[in-house]
Structure formats: C-alpha cells, structure tokens
Design a binder for this molecule. Structure first.
Ligand SMILES: Cc1ncc(COP(=O)(O)O)c(C=O)c1O
Length: 366
C-alpha cells in the first residue's frame, strides 16, 4: 500500500496499520475505530461461550427471534425490520435496490455511501455542511437542494466525521418535502445510541408515517462488536423490504451474531454504563480541547470528535505520524470531502487513554 493512503484507511484497519508500522495490534490505542471502550457486553460473551455448538446449525433464515428482539429495542414492528451483515450490507443493498440515478449525500460523510451509489451506476451530488456553520445542517439550504430529480437523500445522524446531529423535528420536515419530490431518504444511525438526546435525534418513530424512509443501524460501535457483523434496517414499505430480502444472500448474518443480537439489545445495564462513560468523557474532552491553543473542536453528539488544527506549520498527517510513535492511532480526516489537511478525528476511549491522547496532542500542537 502507498504510504499516502495510509492515514485515511477505514477506522477499523488495525491490521494494515500494525503491518506498516510494525506495532503489535494489541499495543495500539485505537482512537480511530469509534468502538465502545467497554468492549463486548459480558452478557453477549456468555451467550456465545455457552452456545458453541450452535455452529452446527444454519441460522433461522428469516431471523424472526432476532428481529423481534430488535423490534422490542427500537419500538418497531418486527415485520418492518431487515437484518444484515453489518450496516454495510444494508447500505449496499438499499442503494442497489433503489438504484438512484441521482443521489444527494450530506457531506462530509462516511465514504461507503458515495462508493455504493457509484457502484450501482448512479451519480451523486454532495451537499456541504459548512465549517463556518460548525458543520450543523442548514435545513433551508438542504430543502432547496432536494428537487424532483433527487432520487435519494443520504444522511448520517449523528454524522461521521463531524459528530453533529439533526433534530428529529427537522428530519420530519425533510421527509415531508422528500415525499413530495419522490425522494427516498436513507438515514444511517450507527452512532445515535451514544447521543444523550437519542429520543430527539432518531428517526425510527417516523418510519411508520413515511414509507420513503429507510433507517439503518449497526451494532459494531455501540456494542463493540465490529467482528460479529450485525446491522439492521427499519422501513414501513413492505414491498421494498421484500425486494431487499430477495436480493440478499440467505444466512448473511451468522449464527453467533444472531445469538449476540438476541442478547445485547436487552442488556440495559451495558447501555447505561456506556452512556455514563461517553457522556462524562465527552464533556471532559470538549472542555479540555476548548482550552488548547491552536485547535478548534466541534460539538459532538457522538462518541468521537472532529477537530481543526489552527497552527500553520503542522498538518493532520504530521500529527498522525507523531501520535503513532506513541502507539496512539487517530483518524487523519484530510481525505473527507470539504475537510482538508488540518482536520482530525478521534473517538472516546476510557478515561486514562483519553488523558494520554490529550497530553500527546497538546505536545504536538502547542
Ligand atoms: C457512519 C457509519 N456507518 C456504517 C459503518 C459500518 O459499520 P458496520 O460495521 O455496521 O458495517 C461505519 C463504520 O465506520 C460508519 O462510520
């Protein structure tokens, strides 16, 4: 791999980083993957350990029990839920099935949306969130940008990499407008459970009313299980769900992910501990960074922060290189559209690790 691509690998590409820098994976403090530092819930570990022989069976091809568990967790009818091999499979399937000729992607955003639109033969326009607006959505501008030609609007909420969010009341206005223009709306809520305003952010309660809405959720980040590959989609257009299910490979969610899913959503204790840790550290890190010279931090409703370096003679790539010497891995965000060589992103880990990062970062920029 060319070194130029190195800093902008997907957050989870620990193996590649480990090979290139010669650091053992387990010695890397990974601030780039956005994964919950509490690790896999104990309830899930036990459920898997106690069922090793489950592997001799195929999973339920319709995943009824798993979808019921998700239904209970999200307050949704299980008939309106589809499960996938990570949220990635569902992003891909939904775009393939709806085959938008023209998509509008609120950006900077997770790169897979654009990749999938291109792969499905469509074209995408990027709708810019602006630095001078702190990367918060300007709803009037977006409504004007969605026209009768827009087949699909893609939103990540809260957004990766900015951490900003859109209130559910604004989403409702957007959905009503998109219904008029005949536009599907795909909302990726991979990070919504980390928000302390989840109820005001999630669009799931709107799915019944708006058949043009497809909400995608993953489990990789909040339940710390990217290796299990479990995601789900919620939509009240049963015809569309049927088309997605027809296109999907059978058993794409493996049986251990199925067992994990039937356990994790009921683990309220784990969710509570996660929110306590994330909420507390989000406040502490934000306050600390506000006091730093030469850096601007954006408010976040997620488990990560985007920052802009304000020192002329240092780039995010140089900071990446400096921090990796201390085995600290952050995301050089310079390759995201509308960002550039001064932006970096890092997630919230445990208190000690976060302090280490803050200290190392301070050394680099002050
Ligand atoms: C916004 C967003 N959506 C989806 C994904 C992919 O997640 P999954 O592991 O559920 O496929 C990521 C991974 O980084 C992400 O940041």
């Amino acid at each position: 791999m060319k070194k130029g691509n190195l800093h902008t690998l997907h957050g989870g590409d620990l193996d590649e980083i480990s090979r290139i820098y010669g650091i053992d994976k387990k010695d890397i403090l990974n601030f780039s993957g956005n994964v919950n530092p509490l690790g896999l819930p104990l309830s899930v570990k036990n459920a898997i350990i106690n069922n090793p022989d489950a592997a001799v069976n195929y999973p339920d091809v319709s995943y009824v029990e798993l979808r019921r568990a998700i239904g209970e967790y999200t307050g949704t009818d299980h008939e309106h839920i589809v499960v996938g091999n990570g949220s990635t499979e569902l992003i891909s399937l939904f775009i393939k099935i709806t085959a938008p000729k023209k998509a509008l992607i609120v950006s900077p955003a997770y790169s897979e949306y654009l990749n999938e639109v291109k792969l499905s033969g469509g074209s995408a326009e990027l709708f810019p969130l602006r630095d001078e607006e702190e990367f918060r959505l300007n709803e009037e501008r977006l409504i004007t940008a969605v026209t009768d030609d827009t087949d699909l609007l893609v939103i990540c909420n809260p957004n990766n990499p900015t951490g900003t969010y859109i209130d559910c009341a604004v989403i409702k206005k957007l959905l009503a407008h998109c219904k008029e223009t005949g536009t599907y709306v795909m909302i990726d809520e991979t990070y919504v459970e980390f928000s302390d305003r989840e109820k005001n952010v999630s669009a799931i309660p709107l799915a019944k009313e708006f058949k043009n809405l497809f909400v995608i959720r993953g489990t990789s980040k909040f339940f710390a299980c990217p290796g299990l590959r479990l995601g789900y989609g919620i939509c009240s257009d049963e015809g569309l769900l049927e088309r997605i299910n027809k296109c999907k490979d059978p058993w794409s969610v493996n049986i251990f992910a199925e067992i994990a899913g039937r356990t994790m959503f009921a683990d309220r204790e784990y969710a509570k501990r996660t929110l306590e840790l994330t909420g507390r550290e989000r406040k502490r890190i934000y306050a600390a960074l506000k006091e730093f010279k030469n850096i601007h931090v954006y408010e976040s409703q997620s488990n990560f922060f985007l920052c802009r370096i304000e020192k002329e003679d240092i780039t995010s790539t140089q900071i990446f290189e400096e921090l990796i010497k201390d085995n600290i891995l952050i995301r050089d965000a310079s390759d995201f559209p509308y960002l550039g060589s001064r932006y970096l992103r890092f997630c919230i880990l445990d208190e000690n690790s976060n302090t280490l990062l803050l200290n190392s970062l301070k050394k680099c920029i002050e």
